[in-house]
Write a protein that binds this ligand. Sequence first.
Ligand SMILES: [Zn+2]
Ligand SMILES: [Zn+2]
Length: 207
Amino acid sequence: MHRITVFGGAFLLAVCFVGLLPEAVCIQELHGSEASVSLWPFLAVLVGFLVQQVLDGISAHAEHGHTEEGFTLTGLMIGLSLHALLEGMPIVGVDGTVNWGLVIGIVIHNIPVALILVGLMTARGMGMGKVLLLLTLFALMTPIGSLLEVLVLQPEGLWRCVIVGVVVGVLLHVSSSILFDHKRNHFSWLNLGIIVLAFALAMLTIH
Ligand SMILES: [Zn+2]
Ligand SMILES: [Zn+2]
């Protein structure tokens, strides 16, 4: 399972830089003829980083494929759900195309997360029906995020770039925490191979 976590983290890191960051570049018309790149989406990356820092506190690192001490299942569900809602937002581009690289990255990185959730819920004596219900709720958050972006927010221009920026910050936090976790992710050639493979496959799905 640790290998899937590392693969998912590396895949998302590549999607961030190659698939999402270029979308956060917004050219703004300033003073009539002058055009420049807006800095707001890049500030939004830092905001997204802070957002995930807080979400990590609530969800006890479950996004990283492990959990820290002292969490509640409610907090875990809330942290994970907010995160899933956010990461679903940039899936559909302004032209209506689906960012499949991001979709695949999210699905792979959510395999260990879902396994952790099921493990924790059953360990606390939750019935199978309730476990399935909560898992379905969690799985729905990402498509709900996409729907919100397309139907409700209808972001155009700068706003969309800012949202993409926030999600880049969130995903950078998650993927770098996974890859640079000294306690769990020791250097090994196999690990490096998995990371390079994830980068290459992410690149292939994006272009
Ligand atoms: Zn962690
Ligand atoms: Zn995620």
